[in-house]
Design a protein around this ligand. Structure first.
Ligand SMILES: Nc1ncnc2c1ncn2[C@@H]1O[C@H](COP(=O)(O)OP(=O)(O)OP(=O)(O)O)[C@@H](O)[C@H]1O
Ligand SMILES: [Mg+2]
Length: 258
């Protein structure tokens, strides 16, 4: 287990939608180079939590620290205020997000999908962005599809392009929100294999998943959420097989076949 200083700390994160409290004070620390899988029943706040990390969702209380720096907000006098939009954009570059539904640009080729943000946001030259994209596409096994459009690819291939696109921005942390749950069962393995290879290469990743065998295989830590709270966290073995919480035991007995 990695004992380095956390690269990411979520401290007492709360989030409400109207009167509904979606996150009730969530604390999580992520060690650099570690893989954390977030699991739990539908509606427990997993996606909301991921979205608060990269600023897609504003938090109501608590704080997110990246390498010790509070992100999304800053202290002015006695108050916390949102950071400037420029600062927010810079902070978001630390995170790469991969969504359940891929979210590729349908009217752009694979190569364009992967190079667009590095060119327009990072200011890379077209030539260097294309060279980097080719390497990434090779890494996800799709260099031969570089001139295809998303609708010419399978779901698993589209998701692998989405992973290459996230990597092209060189984020410090990759956030995955159920990256395989929109895929036909026979396509799940190829996407999980790519994510596993990233784990082996030391990427820091936070992965919301229902794939328990995968979580047990790659996760350094499993975080179990229920009703907007973390109810258990620890090694996959401890959380999935030896949980002391009734709620966690019920959840895992419904999702783990073995
Ligand atoms: N924009 C929103 N407005 C109102 N309620 C929301 C909003 N987004 C999420 N919620 C509610 O917050 C709760 C947590 O939702 P969230 O999407 O984070 O759950 P989840 O754990 O990701 O579930 P799933 O496994 O189904 O994806 C749910 O009850 C959901 O209905
Ligand atoms: Mg979700």
């Amino acid at each position: 287990m990695n004992v380095a200083k956390p690269i990411l700390e979520l401290v007492a994160i709360t989030k409400q939608f109207g009167s509904f409290v979606a996150l009730k004070g969530v604390d999580i620390e992520i060690a650099p180079g570690s893989v954390t899988c977030i699991v739990g029943p539908s509606g427990s706040g997993k996606s909301t939590l991921l979205r608060t990390i990269n600023g897609l969702e504003e938090i109501d209380g608590g704080a997110v620290f990246f390498k010790g720096e509070m992100i999304g907000q800053t202290v002015r006098g006695q108050h916390r205020v949102p950071v400037s939009s420029k600062q927010a954009r810079l902070q978001k570059l630390n995170f790469g997000m991969v969504f359940q539904t891929f979210n590729l640009f349908p009217n752009r080729t694979v190569m364009e999908n992967v190079t667009l943000a590095p060119i327009t946001v990072r200011g890379h030259s077209r030539k260097s962005a294309r060279a980097a994209a080719l390497q990434l596409l090779e890494r996800v096994g799709l260099e031969h599809k570089k001139d295809r459009y998303p609708n010419e690819l399978s779901g698993g291939q589209q998701q692998r392009v989405a992973i290459a696109r996230a990597l092209a921005m060189e984020p410090e942390i990759l956030l995955f929100d159920e990256p395989t749950s929109a895929l036909d069962p026979e396509l799940v393995g190829e996407v999980l294999a790519v994510i596993k290879s990233l784990a082996e290469q030391g990427s820091t990743m936070l992965i919301v998943t229902h794939e328990m065998a995968f979580a047990q295989d790659v996760a350094d830590e499993v975080v179990m959420m229920a009703d907007g709270e973390v109810i258990e966290r620890g090694s996959p073995k401890q959380v999935v097989h030896n949980s002391s919480h009734q709620r966690a035991r019920e959840f895992f007995s419904s999702v783990v076949a073995s």
